[in-house]
Design a protein around this ligand. Structure first.
Ligand SMILES: [Zn+2]
Length: 107
């Protein structure tokens, strides 16, 4: 009778331990799942920000309205992109050259 009791007790503690492990595993799983969700949320947010920024980039020069070709590496290299608050201002190479020319002294 006494032996049986101990056995029962041992069995119960084993089950309890297993339950605890399961609980830990579940918690870990939940945390992993949560951080995964968070990462996804962040990724979506930054993707959204990039898309929003791309939408704000004008397709032409601010000054002469010549078309900006985002697939043209020359344009990407030579055109000037300035951020005015949330607005993006594109200036083509030609207009940059003009504005970079030294101003004629009226004197
Ligand atoms: Zn221009």
């Amino acid at each position: 009778m006494n032996v049986k009791k101990i056995n029962n007790h041992k069995k119960q503690s084993k089950i309890l331990k297993k339950k605890n492990k399961d609980k830990q595993r579940l918690n870990q799983y939940r945390q992993n799942n949560l951080s995964l969700k968070e990462t996804k949320k962040h990724a979506e947010a930054s993707l959204h920000a990039i898309q929003e920024m791309l939408n704000k980039i004008p397709s032409s020069c601010e000054q002469c309205s010549s078309n900006f070709d985002s697939t043209n590496s020359d344009h990407l290299d030579d055109w000037n992109m300035t951020f005015n608050g949330s607005k993006v201002i594109l200036t083509c190479k030609d207009c940059l050259d003009i504005s970079n020319e030294p101003e004629v002294n009226p004197c």
